[in-house]
Design a binder for this molecule. Structure first.
Ligand code: SF4
Length: 143
């Protein structure tokens, strides 16, 4: 029946609009640390919407998960540029990129952040924060 078709079509359209409104994010992480970390902490925090992901609704999509490509993180700009074509709203810099002493600091994190922002994409510091215990109990992203 035509009435039914119109209802289905309107429902589909409304679903498409909702999909388009859903926030789209990605995560970039340290290439060196990726040798020993499969990314469970970042992905679990996103899945449970905890720590730096707690503001996101269930409809938020994780559309990219990549490493910086190694020092000096030059891959980030290129991949962020690609993600822009897929309408990414924000890119999270993983906790491992932001670690402080006694871990070795990423010497390029400021430039990496700027390279994301230069594309008009929000750069969010942090994913999950258990590394905060190493900086006097203060979550690193609050420092
Ligand atoms: S640039 Fe920073 S995040 Fe990338 S590999 Fe080097 S230390 Fe790790």
């Amino acid at each position: 029946m035509p009435g039914d078709e119109n209802t289905v079509s309107a429902a589909r359209k409304s679903l498409e609009i909702e999909r388009e409104k859903a926030k789209r994010i990605a995560i970039v992480r340290c290439d060196i640390i990726s040798e020993v970390c499969p990314g469970v902490g970042c992905l679990d925090a996103f899945d449970r919407r905890t720590e730096r992901f707690k503001e996101y609704g269930r409809d938020t999509k994780l559309i990219g998960f990549f490493t910086c490509g190694g020092c000096s993180g030059r891959r980030v700009f290129r991949l962020a540029n690609t993600l822009k074509r897929y309408k990414v709203d924000a890119i999270h810099m993983s906790s491992c990129m932001l670690m402080e002493a006694p871990f070795a600091r990423c010497p390029h994190k400021k430039e990496i952040k700027k390279s994301i922002e230069r594309l008009g994409i929000e750069a969010v510091e942090g994913t999950h924060h258990e590394v905060g215990q190493y900086v006097g109990g203060v979550p690193f992203h609050k420092r």
